[in-house]
Design a protein around this ligand. Structure first.
Ligand SMILES: NC(=O)c1ccc[n+]([C@@H]2O[C@H](COP(=O)([O-])OP(=O)(O)OC[C@H]3O[C@@H](n4cnc5c(N)ncnc54)[C@H](O)[C@@H]3O)[C@@H](O)[C@H]2O)c1
Length: 385
């Protein structure tokens, strides 16, 4: 095996839910523990994480649990040290833009969770700052790497659908209020003043999913609702849930596809998976989830006839065909980290950058504006100077 080039990565917020499980354990440590990975040019690359956070004790515990040599509570010192080439940000959304500004000013390559900022203006400013500083950036687009969505990508590329007409997405599950059973998500998610809300959380995801699979979003009509106005936090204290916990959206896409996506933390699951997209095309339809994908080509489409007097004898479930994986899919966060590191080392363009992240924030902001005004909101094309 070739000697691997080691890339130093600042992991800010490594103790958080996403920072720990997906970015540290499933991505960076998985890469490190396998001795790195090979680039298309045969070069090997591996990673060295520096854990950054606010609690020295938590960081020390994490570092010893995973055999990590480096941790610090001093972000400025980490940014000033050239051995750390990449700055990774997994902080709560509210803390992100201040940290990204510092990292850009320090000339670091940036890799960050979404949303990239709390407002469109700030997310564009960050993208502009990075461009002016000549800094490479990457923003998490993890849903595109779900096995189900990779199968969907294949279906689209193979021409299976003919002309795609519409997409219906259902995302969500019941998030416990926290009184008689602890909530399974952090309480800040349910407080607008702390950067919470299902639109700011999920619309950035739906933006890159639609943009990369069906067409960029041209307009949105959305209704954001707070169905459960009171919840209980991590300490068991009752708090006012000020943020939207469900959003019902209709999106008009470039090329004419219409997408409808429901996002909800206040629905009980009666689907195969926690997210599901139903895509209808002239030549076939597909239903895809996190892992699964099933199809119905036009040649195998049953012919239902509406008759309320007769029981329907068609077994609709049986009219769909499963799509095989035919491949081994890596954890999506890891796959994207590897692609970003590959692009960083080889100096190639990286499409999922801070401007792509800003488009996600733009959709979230437009969704909230639509909900407040009750009207459809157009999305102008964003560009940098
Ligand atoms: N890609 C995805 O699927 C996905 C899923 C969930 C969350 N997220 C995003 O990931 C980010 C983190 O979410 P999470 O669920 O892991 O949250 P979390 O609350 O579990 O973790 C947040 C981290 O930020 C740190 N932090 C909190 N307040 C801070 C402050 N004021 N200054 C500095 N650090 C602070 C915490 O110590 C913790 O390490 C959010 O921006 C969220 O939108 C992405």
């Amino acid at each position: 095996m070739n000697q691997a080039r080691e890339i130093g990565i600042i992991m800010n917020g490594a103790s958080g839910r996403m920072g720990y499980r997906q970015h540290l354990v499933r991505s960076i440590l998985a890469i490190r523990d396998e001795g790195g990975f090979e680039l298309p040019n045969g070069e090997r690359v591996t990673v060295r994480p520096l854990l950054v956070g606010r609690s020295e004790q938590k960081l020390a515990e994490l570092a010893s649990r995973h055999g990590i040599a480096d941790y610090t509570t001093d972000l400025d010192a980490a940014l000033a040290d050239p051995q750390w080439e990449i700055y990774g940000d997994f902080l709560v959304t509210k803390a992100r833009s201040a940290a990204l500004r510092k990292a850009i000013a320090a000339g670091k390559t940036i890799y960050t969770e979404k949303p990239t900022a709390e407002t469109l203006e700030e997310s564009i400013e960050l993208a502009q700052l990075a461009k002016d500083a000549g800094v490479k950036t990457g923003v998490v687009h993890d849903k595109l790497y779900l096995p189900g969505l990779q199968k969907l990508r294949r279906l689209i590329d193979s021409g299976f659908f003919g002309r795609i007409l519409s997409v219906r997405g259902e995302f969500g599950y019941w998030v416990f209020e926290g009184d008689w059973q602890p909530a399974q998500r952090p309480s800040w998610n349910y407080r607008t003043e702390d950067g919470g809300g299902i639109i700011v959380d999920m619309f950035p995801h739906w933006n890159y999913v639609m943009e990369n699979l069906f067409g960029g979003v041209r307009s949105v009509y959305a209704q954001a609702v707070t169905h459960i106005p009171e919840r209980w936090d991590e300490q068991g204290e009752r708090y006012a849930a000020t943020a939207d916990d469900a959003a019902y959206g209709v999106f008009e896409l470039e090329g004419g596809v219409i997408a409808q996506i429901n996002s909800s933390w206040t629905t009980r699951v009666d689907r195969d998976e926690l997210v599901q997209f139903h895509v209808d095309g002239t030549h076939g339809s597909a239903v895809v989830g996190l892992f699964g994908a099933k199809i119905q080509p036009r040649n195998a489409t049953p012919k239902p006839v509406w008759n309320p007097d007769l029981e329907d004898t068609i077994d609709y479930d049986a009219t769909w065909q499963q799509v095989p994986a035919n491949d081994v899919f890596l954890n999506g966060f890891r796959q994207q980290w590897q692609e970003f590191l590959t692009s960083y080392v080889l100096g190639t363009d990286y499409p999922f950058d801070l401007l792509a992240g800003a488009r996600g924030v733009q959709l979230a902001e437009a969704g909230l504006a639509s909900s407040a005004s009750g009207s459809r909101v157009e999305l102008p094309t964003l560009s940098l100077r």
